[in-house]
Write a protein that binds this ligand. Structure first.
Ligand SMILES: [Fe+2]
Length: 388
């Protein structure tokens, strides 16, 4: 998505004869968004990407959604969900969801099945461990601190890498996820005031070729899930070019925007999706006005539910609330939130925040899924009323 990329072999002109060593034509596949009116990539397959030999309905792991009632700020401890390990697609525990986005968490210790999410882009944040994203576009390796954006309908497999299990925060959109428009030129180049740019973005750089026949792919589509059996392994692309491909970006490459007084959350924005944004809070020098109060003021974004995933350092504004590594806070519309008691005074004179957090702000309310109830800290809502 971020910019033009070319991998492997492609012919000089698109839609012209491009032949395999045995003289047969490679099979072209144009994969594009918004009906030929937005980003696309053109892939060259050894086999027809249309050749399926079986299709059956598939029942994905069930989950429930209930409204946030009574309306409360919530604290979820994702690490309490740690179980025996799971695969990074079917093992996701959904925590928060609305009709635009689903947010989940998984402790992954085994490869996923081949998977195509035809309902929207996914943004995976690697909290710990490593992740190899194998796809028709090639392989892409990610480590702790990386975001990986996987475009809608990319056939891929997620493989945990590294010594321990891999921890992922998963953000599944019903639509497309990309950099904020205000950071892009009309032709899509990152502008000078963007907190990251092309040099910070990684994509697959060589084709990934796998032989195989009768290969199963799970397809999550707009009306359910189906398990296809493809006649040939879908990782048979010898080359592709275009603007659409899985890409990774490290939160550690996000350059914070700071100021003399407190900067509002839009300076942390990293991605935009349909009816939501994703922001990165990274270690940074803080406000340098002599009378500055570095932690945020109490605030109420009346049109947003705000989810924060705490993934490193000390989150100064939340000190004393029980929030720690792997915690999620949900501050919904209808509730004014702000720093914990004492945090404002404590922050005066501090010139550096060592914090790392991922925020998802949604414009429609987030419902709670059953995994949220399993790991909720019930006392969080009352922590602002504590003395001291
Ligand atoms: Fe907030």
């Amino acid at each position: 998505m971020p910019y033009y990329r070319r991998v492997g072999e492609v012919p000089r002109k698109r839609h012209t004869q491009f032949r395999q060593p045995d003289g047969t034509l490679y099979a072209e596949e144009l994969m594009g968004q918004e009906g030929f009116s937005s980003d696309s990539s053109l892939l060259y397959h050894r086999h027809a990407p249309t050749a399926i030999v079986a299709a059956e309905e598939f029942a994905p792991p069930a989950y429930t959604r209930v409204p946030n009632l009574p309306l409360k700020p919530r604290h979820l401890r994702t690490h309490k969900l740690d179980g025996a390990g799971a695969d990074p697609v079917l093992g996701r525990r959904h925590l928060l969801a609305n009709d635009d986005v689903r947010i989940g968490y998984v402790l992954a210790d085994r490869p996923s099945p081949l998977y195509r999410n035809a309902t929207g882009d996914e943004c995976l944040y690697v909290e710990a461990g490593g992740l190899r994203v194998e796809s028709t576009f090639g392989a892409l390796d990610a480590v702790a601190g990386d975001y990986v954006v996987i475009p809608t309908s990319t056939i891929h497999r997620l493989v945990p890498t590294g010594d321990g299990p891999t921890r992922l925060l998963t953000v599944e959109a019903n639509g497309h996820i990309g950099p904020p428009k205000r950071y892009l030129s009309v032709r899509g180049q990152f502008l000078e005031h963007s907190p990251y740019c092309e040099r910070d973005v990684r994509g697959p750089d060589t084709p990934l070729l796998v032989d195989g026949e009768d290969v199963e792919v799970l397809v999550r589509h707009r009306r359910g899930w189906t398990r296809y059996t493809y006649a040939n392994h879908p990782f048979d692309v010898v080359g592709w070019d275009g603007h659409l491909y899985p890409w990774a970006f490290s939160i550690h490459d996000f350059e914070p925007i700071t100021g003399r007084i407190h900067q509002p959350p839009p300076v942390h924005q990293t991605f935009q999706g349909p009816n939501f944004v994703i922001c990165s809070f990274v270690p940074r020098k803080v406000d340098y006005h002599p009378d500055a109060i570095p932690v945020p003021y109490n605030h109420h974004n009346v049109d947003s539910d705000e989810m924060l995933f705490y993934t490193g350092g000390n989150y100064e504004a939340r000190r004393g609330s029980g929030i720690g590594q792997g915690s999620i806070s949900l501050h919904p519309s209808g509730f004014t939130h702000g720093p914990q008691p004492g945090a404002a005074e404590r922050s005066i004179g501090v010139d550096y925040f060592d914090e790392l957090a991922v925020m998802v702000d949604t414009f429609r309310p987030l419902d709670l899924c059953e995994a949220a109830a399993e790991c909720e800290d019930d006392g969080y809502a009352w922590t602002w009323a504590r003395k001291g």
